[in-house]
Design a protein around this ligand. Structure first.
Ligand SMILES: Nc1nc2c(ncn2[C@@H]2O[C@H](COP(=O)(O)OP(=O)(O)OP(=O)(O)O)[C@@H](O)[C@H]2O)c(=O)[nH]1
Length: 681
């Protein structure tokens, strides 16, 4: 049996980070006191080490006293009210009290009020709301949010973080004291905010750290067998040593963060930092929460509008595509040339390629010819056999997902490939979008420290070391393909596929029509001379015979045969013979009337059908033709002659009988010395 490999020091440190029980630190920050009562409120179970002084008693006296004796009446009543609800707040003249359940306990957090003489924290909120309402894109909303939070709270630096799907984040807005270096645009790794910390923000959106330099105050009186006090919902919870170190590294003493929650999940954070301690009185905290909540609503509304605008842009581009089709630019390649730049912008890609058989059309930055060919072959395999419902292949980490590298000149890290045609036995057309590796990786401005520390309990992560890990994680990545972008690309590809399909059909139809025309021609015309063949002549003969019977019209036929043609072939070669046949055909055609039907009956024998022509007139024509041929002169041929047999159609005859009559007349012409015309009796 294989054993799980030993975790690396970094993995061990990260695991420790993620398993740190930050919700039950067993101590609080010293800007308040904590009382932990039993659920029935009959007993003080635990209290913070700074509480006895507050009550003017010893710890033992406090732990022995009943809550009713220890607490002023109003406070005790608040605790009682809590039995009915989940959490409650109360403001006395000098204190702010937060009460919440933490089974099996009821927790009271008591803070002295230091905002009594200061103006109310809510002042100016309306102004902030007004400014937020004037912003119409998410960048502006977050920027104003950062500014307004700073104005409200007085922190040195206020940042708005946004999380990506992997929980790495980026500073998307900042308001700061001029002296501080900017952090706007900086990234931070997911491990900076481990999963349990993120979960905590969903329970309690505000986290306040008054001053990391102050020692935490321990809870006294914990009894074995009872669970630790869960402080997730409170404000006093002590700071984890790891986080203290993190803030220390950044030169921060006081901090406050508020979650930006959208549809039940953490979208981002408003993070406030201060170089020294900063008290945020309860009323001001409340105002801060309201401000962030309001800004969040505005932000998500504006985001929804931006998404809508994206959809509209997509529809516009699809319309454009349809328009090109209507305007007869109906070849996909042509449409691609017109539209590719817009598609690149819509899909935030560096380059785009349309591959159709041997044809490659490209826009923007794409891999070289050989890479594209190899890629097309590989993609073809991925889609064989065609899987129903599979409409694209994409990756934001090609180094990992593609078995070969695309190009050495450009760092392509992202690909979205859409097959356009999936005809059986046909090679697939592809629409490909390429993304480059994400731009520069910016370092955090915090003081770099040693990566890992070995403690008695194992490796522990220095917070900044996690950034190096993040850098490692993002190298070779392109920005992630967003669901909206994938949908958009599939829509465009589908449109293009329909277009490609109809263009292909049109091409096939054209080829088919041409093939049919060719076949029809072959079926009716003689390949050597280009005049009608025997099949076509027979059709004509039948038609004439029908007309003659029905309308009682006379018509005649004549059979022409080249005299001594074998000799011509033998003496001058087969090519000369062919040439003679072509020359004869063209010459006779020039001397015919409209309506006369002329073709090659076979070998060196020709048939002429002359409608509405009785035998005597036909004979005159035959004589003229004979003469024309006899007088023909051609540098490559000896003079040659023809013999002609003429026959008029007799009612009741079939075409064979008519041709036989002409043939007999021809035979007689040959017998009588050739180069002459004979009429059938
Ligand atoms: N060059 C060429 N020769 C052909 C073609 N079709 C038939 N012939 C030749 O035409 C000749 C016909 O010869 P015969 O039937 O003996 O008649 P002829 O030599 O013309 O003699 P008469 O008809 O009796 O005057 C044959 O040698 C055939 O091979 C053709 O398409 N091209």
């Amino acid at each position: 049996m294989s054993q799980a490999p030993e975790p690396t020091p970094l993995e061990a440190a990260l695991a420790h980070c993620e398993s740190e029980p930050i919700h039950i630190p067993g101590s609080i920050q010293p800007f308040g006191i904590m009382l932990v009562l039993n659920a029935e409120l009959t007993r003080v179970e635990q209290l913070s080490a700074n509480a006895p002084a507050h009550f003017g008693l010893s710890p033992e006296q406090c732990l022995r006293a009943s809550p009713g004796q220890l607490l002023p009446e109003a406070l005790y009543e608040l605790a009682r009210a809590l039995l009915e609800q989940d959490s409650a707040q109360y403001q006395s003249a000098r204190h702010h009290i937060l009460a919440y359940r933490s089974d099996p306990f009821v927790v009271l957090e008591i803070e002295p009020r230091d905002d009594v003489r200061r103006p109310d924290g809510a002042t100016g909120l309306e102004l902030a709301f007004g400014r937020l309402l004037q912003q119409h894109d998410s960048t502006a909303v977050t920027r104003v949010l950062a500014q307004e939070v700073r104005r409200l709270t007085g922190f040195d630096r206020v940042m708005v973080y946004r999380f990506d799907p992997d929980w790495h984040g980026q500073v998307v807005a900042e308001a700061r004291m001029d002296e501080l270096p900017p952090l706007l645009g900086h990234h931070f790794p997911a491990s900076d905010l481990p999963a349990q910390v993120r979960a905590m923000y969903l329970k309690n959106p505000l986290r306040l750290i008054h001053d990391i330099r102050q020692q935490p105050v321990a809870l006294l009186g914990a009894r074995p067998g009872l669970p630790a006090v869960d402080m997730s919902r409170g404000i006093l919870r002590a700071v984890s040593p790891l986080h203290v170190q993190y803030l220390q590294n950044m030169g921060v003493a006081g901090s406050c963060s508020v979650a930006l929650v959208h549809q039940g999940s953490l979208w981002g954070l408003v993070a406030c930092h201060h170089g020294s301690a900063l008290t945020l009185a309860p009323a001001r905290r409340e105002a801060l929460l309201q401000l962030v909540q309001f800004a969040g609503q505005r932000l998500f509304l504006v985001n929804a509008q931006q998404q809508l605008a994206y959809q509209q842009r997509l529809y516009q581009l699809r319309e454009q595509l349809a328009h090109h089709v209507q305007r007869q630019h109906s070849r996909p390649g042509e449409v691609f040339r017109h539209c590719a730049d817009d598609w690149l912008a819509l899909l935030q890609s560096a380059g785009c390629a349309y591959l159709s058989g041997e044809r490659r059309l490209c826009a923007g930055t794409v891999p070289g010819e050989a890479s594209l060919r190899r890629l097309a072959g590989w993609l073809e395999q991925q889609f064989t056999p065609a899987l129903p419902g599979r409409s694209s292949w994409f990756s934001d980490q090609l180094e990992r997902d593609l078995p070969f590298s695309l190009d050495s000149r450009h760092a392509f890290a992202g690909l979205l490939a859409l097959p356009l045609t999936v005809d059986q036995g046909q090679s697939t057309d592809w629409l490909l979008f390429f993304r480059l590796e994400q731009e520069e990786i910016i370092n955090w401005a915090g003081a770099p420290e040693k990566d890992l520390t070995r403690t008695e309990q194992g490796y522990r992560l220095n917070p900044r070391a996690s950034f190096a890990r993040w850098q490692q994680q993002v190298r070779g990545h392109s920005p992630v393909w967003q669901a909206q972008q994938l949908h958009a690309a599939r829509d465009l590809a589908q449109d293009l596929a329909i277009l490609a399909g109809s263009a292909r059909m049109a091409r096939l139809n054209r080829q088919l029509t041409e093939a049919n025309q060719h076949l029809r021609h072959m079926a009716q015309y003689d390949a050597l001379t280009g005049i009608w063949n025997r099949y076509r002549l027979e059709q004509s003969l039948t038609q004439e015979q029908f007309n003659a019977e029905r309308y009682r019209r006379a018509f005649s036929v004549m059979l022409l045969d080249v005299d001594h043609f074998k000799q011509l072939n033998d003496n001058h070669g087969h090519n000369a013979g062919d040439h003679a046949l072509r020359l004869l055909s063209q010459t006779i055609r020039r001397h015919l009337r409209r309506g006369d039907q002329f073709g090659r009956w076979g070998g060196e024998e020709f048939l002429l059908i002359t409608p509405e022509t009785p035998a005597e007139q036909a004979l005159v024509l035959a004589e003229r033709l004979r003469q024309v041929i006899a007088e023909l002169r051609d540098p490559e041929l000896p003079p040659f002659t023809v013999s002609i047999g003429v026959a008029q159609f007799q009612p009741g005859q079939d075409s064979t009988q008519l041709i036989d009559a002409a043939d007999r007349a021809l035979y007689r012409a040959k017998e009588l010395g050739r180069n002459r015309c004979e009429l059938a009796p």
